[in-house]
Design a protein around this ligand. Structure first.
Ligand SMILES: Cc1cc2nc3c(=O)[nH]c(=O)nc-3n(C[C@H](O)[C@H](O)[C@H](O)COP(=O)(O)OP(=O)(O)OC[C@H]3O[C@@H](n4cnc5c(N)ncnc54)[C@H](O)[C@@H]3O)c2cc1C
Length: 347
């Protein structure tokens, strides 16, 4: 019997041991697409997320615009209508919220899976049981770390939020891929004295064709300072100390953005007992059904590619639910769509 001290919500949580035909972990675009695939085959899955619905998009830079054209962010054939040629963060959040509502998807936010049969919420832990568990957990909760002294100082950030906050400050961006390049350009335009540091000796090929000339021209004009072939040695409250190309330097920094990528939660794979390649973080899967080495546990979306986070994104990951819940013919069609996108984008 409930004790006097427990609230109704705490009790409903502790009784959350009901069996679900399918639990989808992650209410990102791919988790929601998987839920639609399940629902269209008569299964009503429960979708849980450690954060808000579409939590990774919530954490995108505030005024961010997607690289991808809107039709390729669509799930369940719901049209994504946006004001400009590409969707903004706000438009995408509105869209995925709307799709979840229109499809009647049961989403339980702020509920984290900690092992195959246990979840955790603000109110504590509870047990779960399922026939099928789908991990669509992405990678965005786990930023890569520099591993240098000072990395945990309060002015060092692993997510880029908004350029305006840095107006009038010395800002160092660490990284050379799209997120870092875009952040550096926005920071410069918001009035920050911006330095971008990258360990490679040239900007990577993957930098989008409209960002590269903008960055190169800002560097040529002396508006953004760049240090290529440069490694961070340490971060102090006022400087980033670097070494590279035969020299050492202390770069003034009121704020530091270390935008050097992310990795999937390999600890969760360990907790569930999923076999994966230690070097790459790729789970061992049946390529047709995306089932892992643990019976009934599937993976979907970017988590499939392990540390190669630019291999599977919304554009191609959105077909994975069809592989998990579809017939052999539907799986083959999903695979064709996936390969088609990979050929076109060269990813
Ligand atoms: C700035 C930026 C711009 C991007 N632009 C594009 C673009 O233009 N086009 C494109 O296709 N892709 C783009 N991407 C990549 C895209 O965001 C990812 O590929 C996409 O979010 C992957 O979807 P997903 O559903 O697999 O994972 P996510 O969207 O990351 O969703 C995973 C969800 O799982 C939840 N979760 C994680 N662990 C647990 C747990 N243990 N228990 C419960 N919930 C958990 C997280 O809270 C999260 O909500 C961009 C990424 C960034 C950072």
């Amino acid at each position: 019997m409930p004790t006097q001290t427990r609230s109704h919500r705490e009790w409903s949580l502790s009784f959350f041991v009901q069996h679900e035909a399918a639990i989808i972990v992650g209410a990102g675009p791919i988790g929601l697409a998987c839920a639609i695939s399940a629902k269209r085959r008569g299964i009503d899955p429960l979708v849980i997320d450690a954060g808000a619905l579409a939590n990774s998009i919530v954490r995108y830079p505030i005024n961010m615009t997607f690289f991808t054209t809107p039709e390729r962010l669509e799930i369940g054939n719901h049209p994504l209508v946006c004001a400009g040629p590409k969707a903004t963060r706000e438009e995408a959040l509105k869209y995925y919220r709307g799709v979840a509502r229109a499809e009647g998807i049961r989403v339980q936010p702020y509920t984290k899976l900690i092992n195959a049969h246990e979840i955790e919420t603000r109110l504590g832990k509870a047990s779960i049981s399922w026939d099928k568990l789908v991990l669509a957990t992405g990678y965005f909760d786990h930023p890569n770390r520099l591993g240098v002294p000072g990395e945990d100082l309060p002015h060092v950030h692993h997510y880029f939020d908004e350029a305006h906050r840095s107006c009038g400050l010395d800002v160092v961006v660490i990284g050379g891929k799209n997120s870092a390049v875009e952040a550096a350009l926005q920071l410069f335009r918001a009035g920050a004295r911006t330095t971008i540091i990258y360990r490679g000796t040239a900007w990577p090929k993957s930098v989008k064709y409209w960002l590269r000339p903008d960055l190169e021209n800002r560097i040529k004009a002396g508006e953004i300072t760049a240090r290529l072939g440069t490694h961070v040695a340490s971060i102090t409250p006022g400087e980033v100390r670097v070494h590279g190309l035969g020299s050492e330097e202390a770069i003034p920094a009121d704020r530091v953005y270390a935008l050097i990528g992310f990795h999937p939660d390999l600890g969760l794979f360990d907790n569930i007992g999923i076999t994966y390649e230690r070097e790459t973080g790729r789970p061992e899967i049946d390529a047709d059904t995306l089932e892992t080495s643990v019976r009934g546990v599937h993976v979907a979306g970017s988590v499939i590619a392990g540390n190669k986070i630019s291999e599977i994104f919304i554009e191609n990951g959105r077909f994975d639910g069809e592989k998990i819940f579809g017939s052999p013919d539907e799986r083959a069609r999903a695979q064709d769509l996936y390969q088609g996108i990979r050929r076109e984008t060269g990813e």
